[in-house]
Design a binder for this molecule. Sequence first.
Ligand SMILES: O=C(O)CCC(=O)C(=O)O
Ligand SMILES: [Fe+2]
Length: 378
Amino acid sequence: MEASPKDIILDVVDLSPENLLNATSRSMVIQQLLDCFSNVGFCQIKGIEGYDSAKLLKWTKFFFYDIPEEDKIKQCGTRAFNPNNSNSYRGYFPVQPGQLSCKRGLDLGHLLEIPAHLKGIPLVERTPFLKIETREKELDEFYEVMYDHRHLMHQTADLIMSLLAEAGGEDPSYFETMFSDCPLHTFRPLQYPKRVENIPRGAYLPDGRILSTPAHMDSGFLTLLQTFHYPGLEIQVDGIWYAVPPPKTPNTIVVNLGEQMTEMSNGRFKATIHRVIDIGEDRFSIPFFYEPGCDTNINVKMPKRLLPPGTESSYPTEKEPLPFAAFLLNKLPIYAEYSSICDHLPDWVRKKYLGHKSITGCWATQSGIEIDGSKLEI
Ligand SMILES: O=C(O)CCC(=O)C(=O)O
Ligand SMILES: [Fe+2]
């Protein structure tokens, strides 16, 4: 029987304004980010003004425990779970029995009106909002807290990218245009209920522990993850699994990288494989996926100075532009909650985003590992 993984203590990076104002500590922060992103691919951050994890947990539990499941599915369930709703990306997804993953969640996108040129693309949707007469005040507060924190995560991710630009000797705004044109960021309150039934064989690890989410790499650029006081997150470094203990202090967040950051840095920055283990009680977390707009060209590189020596010649890339949605729509179906996301795409969307032969495939395609029971075929 395998032993349970050892703990890995992730570096804590202080992104508070005071710390960044001081030139010496600012350059230490930048170096810490570069080291963490190049080695473990994970770190922790603290110092986000206005962040309140206790409030977030309170309102996350309110959503999962106090709102009846049927209201969640009826009013904001995605089309895969409620054929009467038209949204397929933004909204609520329930637990799917028998899958490797066992979680339910709410995908909160932006609140803005959809610009005319992006209408009809399934990823660009207004987030559906719950309306329950008897709970109006509580729901207002729920959305206020969620969107305040979504905004804080957006700003913090912008800040991390601007520090990377600075590290590469570029203007802090180097990445700005990538993330300013209708970005697809998702703030995703999650509940992993304790697993009790319909547990597929594949969800058992050799040591008898049970998966709540199988091994995967995140898809985009940065993930800012709130794990509250819960254990359960494990990461794979140099082929060995480690457990990430919950942060020592509240308001600390885990940061990890998605596949695009590895691609953009010619392999220097690590998109580390991770998974979530069933902890024998309900677990809550909130990842924020920092992602650009559908049509943002992701065929770009990090500032030259950040690329591994000898790989700079691939810069600037001469490959044709690759819209972010071409990558995302090709990858999302490996996850249970998005397995049918491409089923209803209009022809023009299929042509525009799914026909991109320049996609080299994501990690799951390359390694043939199953996620939620399906492999990605491109
Ligand atoms: O819940 C967690 O701790 C991790 C979540 C995660 O890896 C994801 O949603 O991509
Ligand atoms: Fe993840």
